[in-house]
Design a protein around this ligand. Structure first.
Ligand SMILES: [Zn+2]
Length: 421
């Protein structure tokens, strides 16, 4: 039996808020490797980590790919290190690239490490110690924070995954307005959704394939399969040159950051969870347009937030009322508030206690404290002061999911259109 040995390559933290993008650097490196007769196996991977990490890179994601571990492996390493040195945004204090080479099989220990990087935090020291213990070849630039994500990027198993096709601009156009034809993106969405998704935010009327930062990416099309991307790309019209394209296999839109919590007491700050709980109070808005409400279970209660950037999602949240049982998906941030990414209605509380209806059909009014009810129309009186249950109509529906708009969604959040995957 012949076992093929692979060299895994992980790269992270090469970009800054002002430019570059680790995916672009990876695409560039992959081309250089190809020119030297070195071909990567499968698609490169874009792996997003814990959205609450404090010193995160812009999108908080590392890139990895693998090649055959043969006599060209040393040349490949040289090319990777040269290009990371040449193209990383070293001027930015928060850009601390890290490169990892690993030959061999990814172990369970490494998979566990990757999940830890998604669920919680890993320090540079911890990553370095771990990397050395499993036999990674570690290259740190400046503080080398990128090794944290690089090890995770090569190690994470992808039971669920999506693809993203990234189109890159020519450097002369970096920072200028992107020239993407809106109608062509609508057409692409009409023809390829739900194989592709998050192309347009119809509620905010903007092109969601277009990044908001001045990075080299012209657009990114997200999909469930790789076949549709070619069609989608051909439909989108742009009036500026495209330098290159690259398709990444990714954990984006999989909810991989979400852990199932048995109860509220289990949930920790900076963790992301799925939890079923009961609404305690009616949602209310505070200054700045943020909306809050509290949910509880037998263990504890927690304040939930739908922040201003979630726009119309707040309106949906405002339809919740006390007693509703809902399954919430989100993460606990700085203020210890559970930021809601989406929720599913498990059981609506559609009972409201109201004054009784009189025999004549008119709703009765209170006859005074503890004096029962009286009818203003026919004069009928009843002695009991007990209000009676009525079934009310609700704007929300049992079992349905409700989510934040595309504009406010995290890379890792699974959109409702993928919930059956
Ligand atoms: Zn009456």
């Amino acid at each position: 039996m012949i076992t093929i040995s692979y060299l895994h390559i992980g790269i992270d933290d090469t970009d800054s808020p002002d430019g570059m993008c680790t995916t672009y650097l990876a695409c560039h490196i992959i081309n250089k490797l190809k020119e030297n007769g070195i071909h990567i196996i499968g698609y490169p991977r874009l792996i997003r980590l814990n959205p609450f990490a404090r010193f995160k890179t812009r999108g908080n994601g590392g890139v990895s790919f693998k090649i055959k571990n043969d006599d060209k492996a040393d040349l490949a390493k040289e090319i990777v290190l040269d290009e990371v040195s040449a193209l990383s945004m070293f001027d930015c204090d928060n850009t601390n690239p890290g490169v990892i080479f690993f030959d061999g099989e990814i172990t369970q220990e490494m998979r566990d490490y990757a999940f830890k990087a998604i669920y919680s935090f890993i320090t540079i020291e911890e990553a370095e110690e771990f990397g050395e213990s499993v036999g990674c070849e570690i290259h740190k630039f400046k503080k080398g924070r990128g090794i944290i994500g690089s090890i995770a990027a090569i190690s994470l198993p992808l039971d669920d995954f999506t693809y993203e096709l990234l189109a890159y601009r020519i450097p002369e156009n970096y920072g200028t307005k992107r020239q993407i034809d809106y109608d062509s993106v609508v057409e692409m969405d009409n023809k390829t959704f739900p194989d592709t998704f998050e192309n347009i935010d119809y509620s905010e009327d903007y092109i969601a394939i277009e990044p908001k930062t001045p990075c080299p990416v012209l657009y990114g099309i997200r999909s469930n399969n790789v076949e549709v991307l070619d069609d989608a790309r051909k439909i989108v019209k742009v009036s500026e040159p495209i330098e290159d394209y690259c398709i990444f296999l990714t954990n984006q839109h999989t909810d991989m950051h979400i852990q199932k919590a048995d109860n509220i007491a289990q949930m920790k700050q900076f963790g992301c969870y799925e939890i079923t709980a009961t609404v305690k109070d009616i949602p209310h808005v505070i200054d700045g347009g943020h909306m809050f409400f509290t949910v509880f279970d037998e263990s504890d209660e927690i304040e939930c937030g739908a922040y201003e950037p979630t726009k119309n999602f707040r309106k949906t949240v405002s339809y919740l009322r006390e007693g509703d049982i809902i399954k919430l998906y989100g993460g606990i941030g700085e203020q210890n508030t559970f930021n809601i990414e989406k929720f599913q209605v498990i059981k609506l509380n559609d009972v409201e206690y109201q004054n009784p209806i009189c025999e004549c059909g008119k709703r009765m009014t209170s006859a005074g404290k503890n004096k029962g009810f009286k009818c203003k129309k026919c004069g009928n009186k009843i002695k009991s002061s007990e209000k009676v249950p009525f079934t009310i109509n609700r704007s929300l529906k049992n079992n349905r999911f409700y989510e934040t708009p595309v504009s406010a969604r995290r890379h890792l959040s699974k959109p409702i259109c993928r919930m059956n995957f």
